[in-house]
Design a binder for this molecule. Sequence first.
Ligand code: C2E
Ligand code: CA
Ligand code: CA
Length: 267
Amino acid sequence: DLMAKDAENKRSLENDLQLAIRRNEFRLFFQPIIDLASKRLAGAEALIRWKHPTRGMVPPDAFIPLSEETGLIVDIGLWTLEVACQQLATWQAQSKDYYVSLNVSGRQIPDGLPSAKLIESVRRHGVDPAKLVIEITEGVLLGDFAKAQAWLNSVREHGFRIYLDDFGTGYSSLSYLKRFPVDTLKIDKSFIRDMSEDNSDRTLVEAIIAMANSLHLTVVAEGVETGDQLALLTKMGCNYVQGYHFSKPVPADEFDAVAVRIGGMLT
Ligand code: C2E
Ligand code: CA
Ligand code: CA
């Protein structure tokens, strides 16, 4: 029956997931993030892909939740940190000052990704911590708030920056931002998608940007797919944009070509 099949499918996926790191099946893709004020490519979000031997490319939504359940997300997170630092070192050697933002799950904080590990990794690769951004969601607070707060303070004190991802979808409150200080708000793509047609979403995006400005936080809009959305966000004073309008996430070896194309779009 269907339920038994589902359970079997999950078990086999879980088995394969255990082996994926050793079998070198993960890939880290990079999606450009554009600074609207300077009209420059500023950096990239690192997004994991799983190249499964028989299933093909498995999207993160199909295995990240499972890896959080099993705890495997800790090893996956250490792998993404390593590859992101390698990429930063490569870009630095080519005199490109891009930053990289890494997605980190609540399950990894605080013990799965201690600040000492972050420091060790950037030092080993000779990378500036200011070039490494950690993207978290407010879900990290569902665990031990005090521990998460101590982790955040330590990470920020060492010069890493923190983005609050999926902003607007949860319970994000202003008092929360005070107790859990971040550098940047990342407006969820669901609001950007409906902004051109839906007046309430447009007002909401405008309000988030205004609030962020007055709190001296920067704003990234994700899921920007059209020139219309880009024009609206520019007018609203949004700082950074990311989305298919400029590029989908690509492997590192395609990033240079994408950067050239984006350079053309921005002049
Ligand atoms: P996210 O962090 O919210 O990442 C943004 C997602 O939106 C990505 O999906 C990206 O490919 C997609 N996207 C970017 N621009 C557009 C656009 O213009 N339109 C549309 N419709 N989508 C766009 P992706 O790569 O499938 O990742 C899904 C989620 O998986 C991520 O959502 C993140 O929560 C998680 N994830 C991805 N990589 C990692 C990782 O290395 N570690 C952890 N813990 N989670 C990850
Ligand atoms: Ca993200
Ligand atoms: Ca998001």
